[in-house]
Design a protein around this ligand. Structure first.
Ligand code: SAH
Ligand code: SF4
Ligand code: F3S
Length: 476
């Protein structure tokens, strides 16, 4: 699972999105997504574009006319998963030579035309900013020509398109607020696969949130690689060309958050991802001010050591991160906190790894997404540093990080027992039809007996027991 991070459930990785629809050309689309929330959100744009062209969707790739895989390039193993999956699609081509197979998203952008050379089976390669071109590209491919569009844009935000909500629960939805990333963390491929950062018109964001509420949705998650750098000035001008005065008049993330919170008090608002170098007290105060902005922040630290953070080009030190944590604890005392951690980054010593463990002890994260460093072509780290930590060392450090996190998660859920939590019901629990599942404000999963409650309800639940990841209780 990639984080942007959160929280596409592991079980959803690669899940096909399905929707029954209206007037059709008779052509069937099979669309499978990997990677972060942003990719899943993009798939809803892709579906919207093609459904408008008369496609219907199917969950069975063997009967599809068009098979699309929306891919992730964040780590080597994310790409391996996609290559394996492409093999499965060979069968479809054997049965139906007219079927079109397309690779979308970050891996398409990273490999570009190389993809068409390496994988004979692939007919279309499309980067994340070129989805409007899909109907043309499909036509080209149907005529027997390989089709590619990997042009990255400085403007595209798909702001005018209404995503088709697929495979969801009808209660929670994603809204993209920025695209791309300008940060250039040295380990990260995202700036290369998604291009320059751009913010979306706030009016279209608020409208989307409003429409979702009208349709019965009760929670929106605002998405961006770094939501804190959201900035919109009237004409949609880019940040780098704004004067100081224009910047002062522009809408920043705290102001956007407030606008979305005001859509309706029963619409919960979440966001991801926050960046430690850019997260302001203004955002924290806005969160504290509105009951419906969830008390939950995903604040990836990556490493607990300042030298490693510098090599990673993260733009903050251990001290700075801990000060941001202190600000959260002061302004929002009951805030849920999660993080991303990388083990075995170039030249990381044993002591520096210990600094990551000690920081985890200090912060006591509720959840964490933990990864071994995976070198990515073209990144700063690949060009400047040696990937010199042995695989077994990376792995052992990861195990230590994972074990410590399990201990901390268990402590955090235990601390929640005995208290009453306001839960937004998302649907039946995985284990039993008689139980419902939802989340509290801090994003922890809560299960409780169904009784007469239904999805979309807010229920006050007294938590009586827990596992390391789930709270179990009864409605009061
Ligand atoms: N924009 C988000 C992260 C997006 S990628 C942020 O700034 O936090 C999600 C996570 O994948 C990152 O936080 C990082 O922990 C991990 N990651 C990114 N590149 C990686 C790499 N080359 N190897 C291992 N993990 C990586
Ligand atoms: Fe990658 Fe850093 Fe941008 Fe996150 S902030 S997407 S880790 S470059
Ligand atoms: Fe997301 Fe993976 Fe791309 S994490 S931004 S889909 S590289």
């Amino acid at each position: 699972m990639e984080s942007l991070n959160k929280i596409i459930d592991e079980s959803k990785q690669g899940e096909a999105l399905h929707l029954a629809t209206e007037p059709t050309t008779g052509k069937k689309l099979f669309l499978e997504s990997y990677g972060c929330q942003m990719n899943f959100s993009d798939s809803e744009i892709v579906a919207s574009i093609l459904i408008n062209k008369g496609f219907t969707t199917t969950q069975n790739y063997e009967e599809a006319d068009v098979i699309f895989v929306n891919t992730c390039a964040i780590r080597e193993n994310a790409e391996q998963k996609v290559r394996n999956r492409l093999n499965d699609f060979k069968r479809v081509k054997q049965k139906n030579p007219k079927a079109v197979v397309g690779v979308l998203g970050c891996m398409a952008e990273r490999l570009k035309a190389q993809f068409l050379e390496q994988e004979k089976l692939v007919d279309i390669v499309v980067g994340p900013d070129a989805y409007r071109d899909l109907p043309n590209l499909i036509e080209e491919a149907e005529d027997g020509r390989k089709a590619i569009n990997v042009i990255l844009s400085k403007e595209e935000t798909y702001a005018d398109l209404t995503p088709v909500r697929l495979g969801g629960n009808g209660v929670t939805a994603f809204i993209s607020i920025t695209r791309g990333c300008d940060n250039m963390c040295s380990f990260c491929v995202v700036p290369f696969t998604r291009g320059r950062e751009r913010s979306r018109d706030p009016e279209t964001i608020v409208k989307e949130a409003h429409d979702l509420f009208e349709q019965g949705y009760r929670e929106v998650t605002l998405l961006g690689q770094n939501v804190d750098s959201y900035l919109w000035s009237g004409g949609g001008l880019k940040k780098e060309v704004l004067s100081d005065e224009q910047k002062a008049n522009a809408i920043n993330f705290a102001q956007l958050l407030e606008k979305v919170a005001l859509v309706h008090p029963d619409l919960r608002v979440r966001f991801s991802t926050s960046h430690p170098k850019d997260m302001t007290d203004e955002v924290l105060h806005t969160m504290a001010k509105y009951e419906n902005i969830c008390n939950y922040i995903h604040l990836p630290v990556q490493s607990g050591n300042t030298r490693v953070l510098e090599l990673m080009n993260r733009g903050y030190s251990r001290q700075w991160y801990l000060e941001r944590m202190a600000a959260i604890r002061t302004i929002i005392p009951d805030c849920g906190i999660s993080t991303d951690i990388i083990t075995g980054f170039c030249s990381e010593t044993e002591e520096e790894h210990q600094d990551t463990l000690s920081l985890m002890e200090l912060v006591q994260y509720d959840f964490a997404f933990m990864f071994m460093y995976s070198e990515r072509p073209k990144t700063l780290a690949e060009r400047k540093y040696k990937d010199d930590i042995a695989e077994d060392v990376k792995k052992r450090r990861l195990t230590e990080v994972v074990n410590l996190q399990q201990k901390n998660s268990a402590l955090r859920t235990k601390a929640a027992v005995g208290k009453v939590h306001r839960v937004l019901v998302e649907g039946p629990s995985k284990k039993s039809e008689d139980m419902l599942m939802g989340r509290n404000s801090q994003n922890t999963v809560v299960v409780f007996p169904k009784a007469y409650f239904k999805k979309g309800d807010y229920v006050n639940v007294r938590v009586e027991s827990c596992t390391s990841t789930t709270l179990i209780g009864n409605a009061i």
